[in-house]
Design a protein around this ligand. Structure first.
Ligand code: TRP
Length: 342
C-alpha cells in the first residue's frame, strides 16, 4: 500500500454523476435513440450528467477525416435535438479534453495484457479488422475507463455489449484505490427502466448497429419517412402471421418493442390492436409510427446542424466544464503516482 490519504468524496457534487458516450462512427440508429439517448433526457434534472462524443474511440478503426468531423457535429446535434439541454448536461467532444488521453496512459499501467486480451469486443473487432489490429483497438477499454473515472462517475448507462468494459473500469479503479488510497469512485452500471435493446431488422438475433454493412438492418434517426417505411416493410420476420410476442419470434418481438417505445403502449395493448391483422399491416403501422415519432427530432436536428457556430460554442463550453472536473482527478492521480508537480 502506497499511502497518501485523500478521499474521492472530497470535491463531489451532491447529485450523483452519470457519464456516457457515443462514438461518431456511423449514422445513429433508432437503436441508439431508444436504447440510450432518449432515456438520458429523463435523467438530466436528477443527476449530474456528462455526455461525450467519443471521437478518440472512433479512430481505433479507420475513419475518413471529413466523415469523422461531420459525424462529430451530427452526434452532438442529435444529443441536443433529442432533448439533452446543453445547460443542464455537460455535452462535449472527447478529443477536446486532453485529460482523457493522459489518464488513459496512467491507467494503462494498471491494466494487464491478459485482461485486455479477454475482452470480447476486442476479439470481435480484430476478426472484422484483421488488417488493422492496432494497439488502440487493444487498449480501447482503458480509454473508456479513463472517460468514466476522470469524472468520479457513479453511474454509467451502457448496453449489455459494454458491460465487460465497465467491469474492467471498476477493476482498474479498485486496483488503483487499493494500491494507493481511495482516488476513484467505483462506477456502477445503470439500466434505465425504459431502456430497450433494439435488434437488427435483417437479423433480429443481433443488436441493431450503426456499423452494420447492410443498410436495411437498421433505421437511421435521420432516415426519411419513405426510407423508414420501406425498411420496416422489409424487416425480417418469421413465417407466422399473428402479431403476438413470443419465443422464437425475434423479428416480430423486435417490431412490437419498437412500436411500444414510440407509442408508449404495452405489448398486450399492441397485440390487441393488431388482432386479426397480418404482419404486413403491422409493419406498415410500425413504419408510420416511427416516421411520425422522429419527425420533430429531425426538424430540430436540421435547424441545429445548420448552425455550426452554435454547435462550436456548445463544444467549447462543454469542454471547459469537463476539463475543470477532469483536472482535479488528474492532479490527484499524478500526486499519488509520484509525478513531480510544478
Ligand atoms: N465504448 C462505448 C460504445 O462503443 C462508447 C464509450 C466510450 C462509452 N467511452 C464510454 C460509454 C464511457 C460509456 C462510458 O458504445
Amino acid at each position: 500500500m502506497i499511502t497518501e490519504t485523500n478521499s474521492p468524496e472530497n470535491n463531489k457534487p451532491a447529485k450523483k454523476t452519470i457519464f456516457s458516450g457515443v462514438q461518431p462512427s456511423g449514422n445513429l440508429t433508432i437503436g441508439n435513440y431508444l436504447g440510450a439517448i432518449k432515456n438520458w433526457t429523463v435523467l438530466q434534472d436528477e443527476y449530474n450528467c456528462i455526455y461525450c462524443v467519443v471521437d478518440m474511440h472512433a479512430i481505433t478503426v479507420r475513419q475518413v477525416p471529413a466523415d469523422l468531423r461531420r459525424r462529430t457535429y451530427e452526434t452532438l446535434a442529435l444529443y441536443i435535438a433529442a432533448g439533452l439541454d446543453p445547460k443542464s448536461n455537460i455535452l462535449f467532444v472527447q478529443s477536446h479534453v486532453p485529460a482523457h488521453a493522459v489518464l488513459s496512459w496512467d491507467l494503462g499501467c494498471f491494466t494487464m495484457y491478459g485482461e485486455l486480451g479477454r475482452m470480447t469486443q476486442f476479439k470481435d473487432k480484430s476478426r472484422k479488422n484483421a488488417d488493422n489490429i492496432n494497439a488502440g483497438l487493444f487498449t480501447y477499454p482503458v480509454l473508456m475507463a479513463a472517460d468514466i473515472l476522470l469524472y468520479q462517475t457513479d453511474l454509467v448507462p451502457v448496453g449489455i455489449d459494454q458491460r465487460q468494459h465497465l467491469e474492467l473500469a471498476r477493476d482498474i479503479a479498485i486496483r488503483f484505490n487499493n494500491l494507493y488510497s481511495p482516488t476513484f469512485t467505483v462506477p456502477e452500471g445503470y439500466i434505465p427502466e425504459t431502456g430497450m435493446k433494439i435488434m437488427s431488422l435483417a437479423d433480429p438475433t443481433k443488436k441493431m448497429s450503426k456499423s452494420d454493412s447492410n443498410p436495411n438492418a437498421s433505421v437511421g434517426i435521420l432516415d426519411s419517412r419513405d426510407v423508414i417505411i420501406s425498411k420496416m416493410r422489409r424487416a425480417v420476420t418469421d413465417s407466422g402471421s399473428e402479431v403476438r410476442y413470443g419465443e422464437g419470434k425475434d423479428g416480430i418481438n423486435n417490431l412490437i418493442n419498437i412500436y411500444c417505445c414510440f407509442t408508449g403502449k404495452t405489448r398486450e395493448e399492441t397485440e390487441k390492436e393488431f388482432e386479426g391483422k397480418g404482419y404486413g399491416e403491422f409493419k406498415a403501422a410500425v413504419g408510420e409510427t416511427v416516421a411520425d415519432g422522429l419527425s420533430s427530432l429531425r426538424e430540430e436536428y436540421s435547424k441545429l446542424i445548420g448552425d455550426k457556430q452554435y454547435l462550436d460554442e456548445i463544444m467549447r463550453s462543454g469542454a471547459e466544464k469537463a476539463a475543470a472536473i477532469a483536472r482535479k482527478t488528474i492532479t490527484k492521480v499524478h500526486r499519488k503516482i509520484g509525478y513531480v508537480s510544478l
